[in-house]
Design a protein around this ligand. Structure first.
Ligand code: UGA
Length: 440
């Protein structure tokens, strides 16, 4: 099928490339000329495992092209996926102005039936606004449908998630739209939920909010464990073995960051409010999550006595492993706040350093290093903000050798406290007994 994908951010680009992989012919559109030029040369503007290889493969097969012009995609394709940003406004609601603008241009250029598919995460009832916009701006009164097909891709594993989904959700209001979307996803054997558009829109916000709730829940339990000498890892393992609960998203630590959970939780609270409901549960989820960073900083201060003038090695600037995305990154915020308190920082991340430097420029107080071991050189403490597997594989003795004082504050529970104790570290994990050194 001929498909247009409007917006080539994380969601749009992965969607475009994977739809091509399924055998469809895809035009990806983005207003950023530089980005489109890079994409045409087969260069991915983001780091996402497997994405650039797949992009080049599909370009070589002639199934994917890129343009800065929406009308080109409208002309070439029957189905148009809307994948533009829906950033949060000051009050937490989603800013849908990009969705409106894209819809207007699509509408003005439609000369026959088109299916507009919301892929961006949008509040329930957005499809009604899209429909109204098409009617207002399409003078030829052509037939069209609006559908919702939410994505459940995690950054870092987005290609795998697209090609091997747990489920596919399509929200439609006509048999024609349903048929087109069923055809697009014909190759998948996972459950396909076919429903109305409002339900599909809610499924996306409810799924993200539920996962965020699991994280905040386990973080509160971790705080209780810390105060009572219990161990959050064992608690999470035991809880997770109950199939009704499941082990996923029960990792306590610095909480959730990124461009999705923080924004989607707020947007879901807001949309509930608009319909007369106070989603207090989610307010608490958000509040608990915001406090994680303060608690981590309090631990750093406690471990160091004074932060000012100390050298701190911080590992992990991306908001999670296997990505270079620093949006909403706990590690980056912590680094910024520690610098403001007068610490000297040595920073390392396997992928996100280039992006981080734009927000936290290198200088006398801020040094970006070529490896985690190099970051540890001369440090009074090692701080772990992201659970990159390569951090977990670090040799504790090699780290200790390079540090001025062997203190570690681990915001992601990467290490076994027993091994850290044996290696001679003072260790402050989350929700687990600390290893104090020296013991008074
Ligand atoms: C999330 C959802 O998992 C996807 O299903 C969804 O499609 C996507 O948002 C989206 O709406 O676009 P993503 O933000 O890429 O994906 O990353 P996650 O793996 O969900 O992690 C989110 C944050 O939660 C990260 O900061 C991670 O470190 C944190 N997290 C995750 C925890 O603190 N504990 C956990 O147990 C799991």
């Amino acid at each position: 099928m001929e498909i247009g994908v409007i917006g080539t951010g994380y969601v749009g680009l992965v969607t475009a490339v994977c739809l091509a992989k399924l055998g469809h012919r895809v035009v990806g559109v983005d207003q950023d000329e530089g980005k489109v030029a890079r994409l045409r040369r087969g260069v991915s503007p983001i780091y996402e495992p497997g994405l650039e290889e797949l992009l080049r493969e599909q370009q070589a097969a002639g199934r994917i092209g890129f343009s800065t012009e929406i009308p080109e995609a409208v002309q070439a394709a029957t189905v148009l996926f809307i994948c533009v940003g829906t950033p949060p406004r000051e009050d937490g609601s989603a800013d849908l102005s990009q969705v409106e603008e894209v819809t207007r241009v699509i509408a003005e250029n439609m000369d026959g039936y088109r299916l507009l598919v919301e892929k961006s995460t949008v509040p329930v009832r957005t499809s009604g606004w899209i429909e109204r916009t098409v009617r207002l701006f399409n003078r030829r009164k052509v037939e069209f449908d609006v559908a919702s097909n939410p994505e459940f891709l995690r950054e870092g594993t987005a290609i795998e998630d697209f090609l091997h989904p747990d489920r596919i959700v399509i929200g439609v209001s006509s048999e024609r739209a349903a048929r087109l979307l069923r055809e697009i996803y014909a190759g998948f054997s996972c459950p396909l939920i076919e429903t109305d558009v409002n339900t599909a829109e809610i499924i996306k916000h409810a799924s993200n909010s539920f996962l965020a709730m699991k994280i905040s829940f386990i973080n509160m339990v971790a705080d209780l464990c810390e105060r009572t000498g219990a161990d959050i890892l064992t608690v999470a393992e035991a809880m997770g073995l109950d199939r009704r609960i499941g082990r996923a998203f029960l990792n306590a630590g610095l909480g959730y960051g990124g461009a999705c959970f923080p924004k989607d939780v707020l947007a879901f609270i807001h949309i509930a409010e608009e319909h007369g409901l106070d989603f207090r549960l989610l307010r608490a989820v958000d509040e608990i999550n915001r406090r994680r960073r303060d608690l981590f900083l309090a631990k750093v201060r406690q471990a160091l006595w004074h932060v000012q003038g100390k050298t701190l090695a911080l590992l992990g600037l991306a908001f999670k492993p296997h990505t270079d995305d620093i949006r909403g990154s706990p590690g980056l915020e912590i680094a910024q706040r520690l610098r403001a308190e007068g610490a000297r920082l040595r920073l390392y991340d396997p992928q996100a350093m280039e992006k981080a430097q734009a927000l936290l420029p290198p200088g006398p107080q801020v040094v970006y290093t070529a490896s985690a071991l190099e970051a540890a050189c001369g440090a009074h403490a090692l701080l772990i903000a992201t659970d990159w597997p390569e951090f977990q594989a670090l040799s504790l003795s090699e780290l200790k050798e390079r540090m001025t004082t062997p203190v570690m504050v681990d915001g992601r529970n990467l290490f076994d406290p027993r091994l850290v104790r044996e290696a001679g570290f003072e260790y402050h994990p989350v929700g687990r007994p600390a290893v104090q050194w020296p013991t008074w």
